[in-house]
Design a protein around this ligand. Sequence first.
Ligand code: AKG
Length: 319
Amino acid sequence: MLSNSLKSNEPVPAIDREQSAHLSAAIFSEQYQRPGIPVVIRGLLEAEPDWSLDYLCQALRTLEFPVRHYGRSRSSQNKQHWTTIGSGVESQTMPFLEYARLLENGEAQAEDLYLGKCSIEQTALVQRSTLPQVGLRLGLTQAVSSHNLWVGVAGHTTHLHYDPFDGTLVQLHGTKRLILFPPSQLANLYPFPLSTHLKHGLKLRSTYSQVDLDRPDFNAFPKFEEALQSRSEVILNPGDVLYIPACWWHEVTAVGDEMVCSVNRFWRIQPAARGLRSWSKWRAHLGSVMATPHIVKDLVAALLTDNREQKLKQLRQRL
Ligand SMILES: O=C(O)CCC(=O)C(=O)O
């Protein structure tokens, strides 16, 4: 029978914090990975330098990345009027040094420009870093994504959503606040319906919640009240690694007043049975299948444009 790893009436404890020295791969597997429970781990990346803007500029220089243009008015709009979300938001491809200039001159803040989920696998950033330690020391062996970079300014929010794979989010500069809900809250968080994908492809996703956490509309979403009983909050500072089990809902906000930078990676769910039993996961995959006609259309359009490479890169990033 399809289920979620925590029962809906089970109280959710505060998210654990562990020191890596006390957390062997066997303990991590037993206490967190097997049951699908989030945890913050410190001390996995002791030798890692500060990923300041200067450091990123030196490593990435003229390498080009799609930068999402959220715009400041988005956060005051009713989510139900959105036509794009997350990686579906319109992006502009630019050299990293150009994005750094926009961070420094305040334009990134004013327009909420976010460098989200960009692969840095082939860059000096990953090649010279201790990031591969994260998977090795936790016994996470089957990556399903590359290392993805997330850079933005304080105030940026990646809205409430879930991913159909286990994830690790490594905080490298600045501070992030995460609000989490367990998979059992799927219905109480009112995800966009699956039919969204027939209209919007992957530009708007059924793995995102329609509820605005800052201004919840309890008339439109009465069951959200129940979800609030399972809400957890976590602050991530540089050096913290958050393990986010598949299908845990999370909203991520950059806080403080400086550039904020993290790297995440997705992993195959272990044990596989945890994923196979999860309706949230099947639902996410079903959504991707329903988006196929749009993906094919966008692929053909990208192949026919002059700046084919750039369009294909943007499309790859959305998948
Ligand atoms: O850092 C962010 O803005 C989003 C990260 C995220 O959603 C994830 O790691 O799954």
